[in-house]
Write a protein that binds this ligand. Structure first.
Ligand code: GLN
Length: 251
């Protein structure tokens, strides 16, 4: 009887030790959100059964350089912004454009990539400029700077907007003719056309060039932004950053 009690006591103590240890572990790990289909920055690799891409590699290299641990959650762009604002995540890296509007609610790292939005249509489309969107429906991805841009010119040019959660759904709407165009980051649509055989084309020039940055909720996790910036400078200096861009066809 005594020994049974001892065993129970021992098991209880052991489980408390484990519970405490795993608690400590998760407390030391940052939770970082991202998009789930935004190649070449983050996209699912079936063979590796993992998310890969420029953002995934840059974050991994910076975390290694700075010695912090993190857990990735690739749940979509608008979802990532919501999760960071709600405090479910510590930060996000998602091909996220740095701008003044977002600086009201996010803190950003230094920029790590330059990009901008461009008008995208079906391959056989006659649309030559934004003026040709009059009376038409365009597709837009929720929460993006491309969408903010489209909203800012929609009354001037007289078009309507249909909203989508992810880039693939937005492209599909244009491909199947439910929308005549969309706006997307130039390097991302370029990748999709070149590498994923997406039957779309770009029209005109990039409209709002800006940098991508790593972001936290404003006033939160300043140490994480600081580590990201230091790590970014280090991987730029040691060649790792260029190696990553090269791997995905840049630099
Ligand atoms: N760069 C764009 C933005 O920040 C799109 C990002 C994305 O769709 N992942 O709004």
């Amino acid at each position: 009887m005594k020994s049974i009690k001892k065993i129970i006591a021992f098991v209880l103590v052991l489980s408390m030790v484990f519970a405490f240890a795993s608690c400590g572990e998760s407390a030391n790990k940052y939770v970082i959100y991202s998009d789930n289909s935004f190649a070449p920055f983050e996209f699912f690799d079936k063979e590796k059964s993992a998310y890969i891409g420029v953002d995934m590699d840059i974050l991994a290299a910076i975390a290694e350089d700075q010695g912090f641990e993190y857990e990735m959650r690739n749940e979509g762009f608008d979802a990532a912004m919501g999760a960071v604002q709600a405090g479910q995540g510590d930060a996000m890296i998602a091909g996220m454009t740095i701008n003044d509007e977002r600086k009201k609610t996010f803190d950003f790292s230094e920029g790590y990539f330059e990009d901008g939005s461009i008008l995208v249509t079906a391959v056989d489309s006659a649309i030559k400029s934004e003026a040709d969107l009059k009376g038409k429906m365009i597709a837009a991805k929720k929460g993006t700077v491309s969408t903010t841009y489209a909203e800012s010119i929609k009354d001037k040019y007289g078009f309507t907007i249909s909203y989508f959660e992810g880039s693939p759904e937005m492209y599909q709407a244009v491909i199947n003719g439910n929308a005549v165009a969309c706006f997307e980051d130039f390097s991302v649509i370029g990748w999709a056309i070149k590498n994923d055989n997406v039957k779309l084309k770009t029209v005109g020039n990039v409209v709002n060039p800006a940098s991508y940055g790593f972001a936290t909720k404003k006033g939160n996790k300043a140490e994480l932004i600081e580590m990201f910036n230091k790590g970014l400078a280090n991987i730029k200096a040691n060649g790792k950053y260029n190696e990553i861009l090269k791997k995905y066809g840049y630099a």
